[in-house]
Write a protein that binds this ligand. Structure first.
Ligand code: ATP
Ligand code: PAF
Ligand code: BAL
Length: 287
């Protein structure tokens, strides 16, 4: 595996791979790798000849008072895991390489950025779209891999690729979970022992909400869902929502089609998100 820190080196390496006719897969991350990232890597390695993984903690997507400074980092461990996963290029740009000067132009997400995570993290998806646009231009991949854990991010990136006529296939990878159901996240290490014991319930409660929706043939309201979560958890419930997917709109009564049940819970040092996407109105549920 080649570890690259500069754009010049990245360009040199990738242009020779492209000249040799190789397809390029891309896995953007913020590092502190876990099995979720490694699933993205495995699928990328399976589908593309040359796979680039980036590690960059992007300040533009963090709001004031969020955890940019304390976001977990471990480059040596990441490098080992990426190599074992079959990554060809680990791109770890320094801040000056990504943002050599203040951005004079950046992207603004017009649709779907003021709900779910965007509501409590204003500007977050503008920052995500801007850095992913930059990374896409740097790597120029044929395909890029994103986790369904960040379902709203997937919707934003797919819209961006469509709106800007970018010829990049966006692959979505299902949520990878710990044995007890907790969605894997770099921020899980910030949970206290007591919070770590409680956190797997987020997935169980989401499953309950899905079952209630299917049983009642109408989706549980956000207020009811939030109250249900608050009854069972000590963490502070940011939101629990059921929306159509990928449009992220409130479903009409007796809606049949893909639904997203998503939740965000704030613990003392970590904000966790999780979701389930399922086909509503089917006899057999895939929950
Ligand atoms: N449990 C998971 N299952 C599937 N994909 C995941 C999972 N966790 C992260 N990913 C995906 O990995 C990519 C990089 O995510 P990122 O580096 O922010 O990790 P993270 O664990 O989501 O971090 P955090 O939860 O602290 O934001 C994103 O596309 C994200 O959706
Ligand atoms: C896509 C991403 C790497 C952009 O910084 C980040 O939002 C993430 O890790 O999900
Ligand atoms: N995976 C989302 C990155 C963030 O929380 O900023």
């Amino acid at each position: 595996m080649k570890q690259i820190r500069t754009l010049q080196e990245l360009n040199e390496y990738l242009s020779s791979e492209k000249q040799a006719g190789k397809t390029i897969g891309f896995v953007p991350t913020m590092g502190y790798l876990h099995e979720g990232h490694l699933q993205l890597a495995a699928q990328a390695v399976n589908k593309y000849d040359c796979v680039v993984m980036s590690i960059f903690v992007n300040p533009l997507q963090f709001g004031a008072g969020e955890d940019f400074e304390t976001y977990p980092r471990d480059e040596q461990r990441d490098s080992r895991l990426a190599q074992n996963a079959g990554i060809d290029v680990l791109f770890i740009p320094e801040m000056e390489e990504m943002y050599p000067q203040k951005m004079t132009i950046s992207l603004k997400v017009n649709e779907g950025a003021d709900i779910l995570c965007g509501k409590s993290r204003p500007g977050h998806f503008d920052g995500v779209a801007t850095v992913v646009m930059k990374l896409f231009h740097m790597v120029e991949p044929d395909g890029a891999f994103f986790g369904q854990k960040d379902a709203q991010q997937v919707a934003v990136i797919k819209n961006m690729v469509r709106d800007f006529n970018m010829n990049i296939h966006i692959h979505t990878v299902p949520v990878v979970r710990e044995k007890d159901g907790l969605a894997m996240s770099s921020r899980n290490i910030r949970l206290t022992a007591v919070e770590r014991q409680e956190a797997p319930q987020i997935y169980q409660l989401l499953k309950d909400i899905v079952k209630m929706t299917e049983k009642n043939k109408t989706s549980v309201s956000s207020a009811e869902a939030k109250a249900y979560f608050q009854d069972h958890l000590h963490g502070k419930i940011d939101y629990v929502e059921i929306l159509t997917f990928p449009d992220l709109l409130p479903p009409a009564p007796s809606y049949k089609g893909k639904l997203l049940a998503a939740a965000a819970v704030q613990y003392s040092q970590a904000r966790l998100i999780d979701n389930i996407i399922w086909e509503s109105g089917k006899d057999e549920q895939n929950v």
